[in-house]
Design a protein. Sequence first.
Length: 323
Amino acid sequence: MTGTQGYPPAVSPTKKANLIGGRELLPWVEKYRPASLDQLVAHEDIIRTIERMMIKRQLPHMLLHGPPGTGKTSTITALAKTMYKEKYKSMTLELNASDARGIDVVRDQIKTFVSVKQLFASAAGGTADGQPKLVILDEADNMTNAAQFALRRMIEQYAPNARFILICNFSSRIIPALQSRCTKLRFGPLTDEQIAGRLRHVGECEKVEITEDGVQAIVQVGGGDMRKVLNVFQTTSMGHKVVDAKSVYASTGVPHPKDIDSFFEDPPQHIGVLLCQRVRLAGPPALEGLRTRRLPAANASQNYRAGYSSAAAVQTQHIACGH
């Protein structure tokens, strides 16, 4: 989902978007999803490692974990499309473990897919061009323990014919027996520079005017999540001709930093403890600084009437302070 120089075209050749009034309906998250490994530039070390494994035909079972929107699924789909090309659909089984998370799915769908060898299997073993099939289990941390234990044995049994790719947000929810059978790769949040570059590229392709403060506002709201960033950008562009900081905060409902600053000006009443109580966070060090600040009654009422919760105020202040 990331890129700077080698961005994919506006619409992948394999995707045909519906048109209404000449405008494409494909969400930007899918429209600008990388279609090959050379279009990925975030997490360069991980991409380089995976590419080397693919070239040497030594792809292991993998566990990709990290926050949402950091390119885990995009990396694996780009890998599969690079490996299989036109045979991608027949060589890949993609399942979202949030929906298909029980033991029956493991026993039926997955076992059927990995146990059937392709007719064009090469003499080198595995399947097409000597590469194994791919079973991609997205959101694998939502699989039941019974399904994970059943998958443990299947990974070993069908290793000559298939590779299993587990994708999750929290690796701690994957049983140790599965973790030990996979190569673990962590995807961290994207940098501000990577997100900003992507935003400018999408703005150029969509012919949407976006200001520099608009870019910074989306970067702040997105929090390193590229999926959220593109959704916010698309939503804001639908309601405003120019995407600037004001329109971004208005579209997302996130308090503008200037509004939050007004929370912490001089007298008369304490707000720190009140905020902590309302969001049930009466202790973290990140909020200790709030206890000594005071809130003007006029500013508090103004922000309350605007619909900003104390939780939103604390979250925005938390991000702005870099904690």
